[in-house]
Design a protein around this ligand. Structure first.
Ligand SMILES: NC(=O)c1ccc[n+]([C@@H]2O[C@H](COP(=O)([O-])OP(=O)(O)OC[C@H]3O[C@@H](n4cnc5c(N)ncnc54)[C@H](OP(=O)(O)O)[C@@H]3O)[C@@H](O)[C@H]2O)c1
Length: 311
């Protein structure tokens, strides 16, 4: 059997060593690491992958698209896919800045406590994604919307949140999305009753904090308001899942430790970044292995979530 070659296409000057190490641990025999990759620069690199091996051996070559600029990586990913034609293709995975693996792992964690796998039940759920305009938050929102969950996207800028909702709505027809303004850490003092943000937090079954590293988005007193809405479902008689993806102190959700993993706190179940990180790493490694099972896998956030759900 041909050796497994993973071609890293990274938009940063130096391709990510993190992604390289994970690839080797997941079974890649050879890494071909390319930095400063733009969509145009990707084309001959993809041709090199397509036209060297034939038949079953084509499945032993694969492409990983990464880098810290998520939008730039998406443009490379799109160009890679349109460069393939007919059966002459290799498998490709998109995970810039760990955004897809992290978002998938967060949704896998939520799905352990909420009925995300049952479309009728998922349609009754409501989620709030704080810091919902970043690479991770946008993907969490998209994955939840695809499950049928009503998602509120919070941002310091209503127009940025609106743009994210519009982008997701065009990718996920029929999705229910609402942009809200969340300016500064949410506390009992700053959260004005009657605002869309207060209503969304009160009705939430799931809160995901996907804000920038080291920024608190939900303070301790703000947490007291989460899930306290009646919304026809009784006062806090349901599970509320809180997931903080920020690993850098102070916490994104005050009171959650990075190591928390399904820790019960009254009617809430809480996860910190490291509590989700183990699943993220498993998804990443499983996705690399999946690349080498065929020559036509295309792994974006949705496919990574499916991998995570099957682990
Ligand atoms: N566990 C893991 O393995 C893992 C992997 C990757 C990322 N992460 C973590 O996941 C989180 C999200 O990652 P990301 O790359 O999507 O984050 P990001 O782009 O750095 O930030 C996400 C959003 O946070 C908001 N924000 C930025 N600075 C802020 C500030 N000073 N105050 C309040 N809000 C601010 C911004 O939204 P608005 O400007 O629209 O408000 C931004 O779009 C980060 O904490 C990151 O460290 C964890």
């Amino acid at each position: 059997m041909a050796r497994k070659i993973l071609i890293q296409l990274d938009g940063d000057p130096q391709p990510s060593t993190f992604d390289s190490v994970v690839a080797v641990d997941a079974g890649a025999d050879v890494l071909l690491r390319h930095g400063n990759v733009t969509p145009d620069a990707a084309v001959p690199l993809v041709h090199g992958a397509m036209f060297t091996r034939g038949g079953d051996d084509l499945a032993s070559t694969a492409i990983f698209v990464g880098g810290s600029d998520v939008a730039a990586a998406e443009a490379v990913f799109d160009r890679v896919r349109t460069t393939f034609f007919g059966p002459v293709r290799v498998s490709v995975l998109l995970d810039p800045a760990g955004a897809n693996t992290t978002a998938s792992a967060a949704v896998v964690a939520a799905g352990r406590h909420l009925p995300l796998g049952d479309p009728a039940a998922a349609a009754t759920l409501r989620a709030v994604v704080l810091g919902g305009t970043g690479p991770v938050g946008q993907r969490v929102a998209r994955l939840l919307a695809r499950k049928g969950v009503a998602v509120t996207v919070a941002s310091r800028s209503l127009s940025r949140a609106q743009q994210v909702c519009e982008r997701i709505a065009s990718a996920v027809p029929g999705s229910r999305l609402e942009p809200v303004l969340a300016d500064g850490a949410i506390t009992a003092e700053t959260l004005r009753p009657g605002t869309p943000l207060a209503a969304a937090l009160a009705a939430a079954d799931l809160i995901v904090a996907a804000g920038a590293a080291g920024v608190t988005l939900l303070g301790a007193t703000g947490r007291g308001l989460v899930g306290r809405g009646l919304v026809g479902r009784g006062l806090v008689d349901r599970v509320v899942v809180l997931i903080d993806l920020n690993a850098v102190p102070p916490a994104g959700i005050e009171g959650i430790a990075a190591t928390d993993k399904a820790r019960q706190e009254g009617s809430a179940v809480v996860y910190g970044a490291l509590g989700v990180g183990g699943t993220k790493m498993k998804i990443h490694r499983a996705a690399i292995r999946r690349l080498f099972e065929s020559n036509d896998a295309v792994l974006d956030a949705e496919e990574l979530l499916a991998i995570g759900e099957s682990l």
